[in-house]
Design a protein around this ligand. Structure first.
Ligand code: CDP
Length: 227
């Protein structure tokens, strides 16, 4: 089904199923899918590999990261219908999903120059519109004029169970601790905090399957665009 060239912004707390939902929307309505969180995860992996995060003290070398960041090249590539993140010529999709990266991504995402760097990439995607992007600040900050804004919420235990299922061998309690820590940092940071845009529609998907979410989305589209 062909939607006009709009921007769909899907924001919300960690592991509320934003990416899976966004991917299905992109497929059904022929939109480009952009995972903004993957870029913050990519910067985090880069900082870890460059030795710019002291994992014992939990400290980030800010001047070092600011100096090194211009050499980082992140891009999305489409392979067999999946969008994968690349660092230069290396696929880093599975590494960025590790708990090690998840443990540092929210502190990295509080840094103003990191957000400006990621926003530069996100705005490039926005130039042509026709996209669905998920994240924390897309509807409120990155694309305040997005035509459809959805804010996803769901019960923390359900979120942890869903996320742990994607991480072989992961412990649900450990995953839940990380989700709640990230929610706390993401909601309270100074720069561009996780926030529902005033005109976003809240979707509590605790008791919904992805199919249910798509039924809900189709109704929304029908109401707004008559298709
Ligand atoms: O998929 P999950 O909910 O675990 O998170 P993600 O979308 O991969 O994002 C990882 C982290 O990046 C978040 O916890 C935020 O700290 C940060 N992020 C952000 O600050 N702004 C965005 N637009 C997207 C992600």
């Amino acid at each position: 089904m062909e939607l006009p060239r709009i921007i769909v912004a899907i924001d919300g707390y960690s592991s509320t199923g934003k990416s899976s939902f966004a991917k299905l929307i992109a497929k059904e309505y022929n939109l480009v899918y952009v995972d903004s969180g993957a870029l913050y995860r990519g910067v985090t992996l880069f900082a870890l590999e460059k030795g710019l995060i002291d994992e014992t003290a939990g400290e980030i070398d800010l001047p070092g990261l600011q100096k090194a960041l211009p050499e980082l090249v992140l891009s999305f590539r489409n392979e067999d219908g999946n969008t994968l993140l690349y660092m230069g010529e290396r696929c880093i999709e599975s590494e960025i999903r590790s708990l090690r990266v998840a443990g540092y991504v929210s502190p990295i995402a509080t840094i103003g120059f990191v957000r400006a760097w990621v926003d530069g990439i996100l705005h490039k995607f926005g130039e042509k519109k026709g996209l669905v992007m998920d994240g924390r600040d897309i509807g409120a900050q990155v694309f305040p004029d997005a035509e459809i804004k959805i804010f996803c919420v769901s019960n923390p235990r359900i979120r942890a169970i869903r996320r742990a299922r994607e991480m072989p061998g992961a412990d649900i309690e450990e995953v839940m601790k990380n989700l709640l820590e990230r929610d706390e940092i993401d909601s309270h940071r100074e720069v561009s905090p996780l926030r529902k845009a005033d005109d976003a529609i809240v979707l509590d998907n605790s008791d919904m399957t992805l199919d249910d979410q798509m039924v809900w989305f189709r109704d929304l589209v029908k109401e707004k665009y008559g298709i």
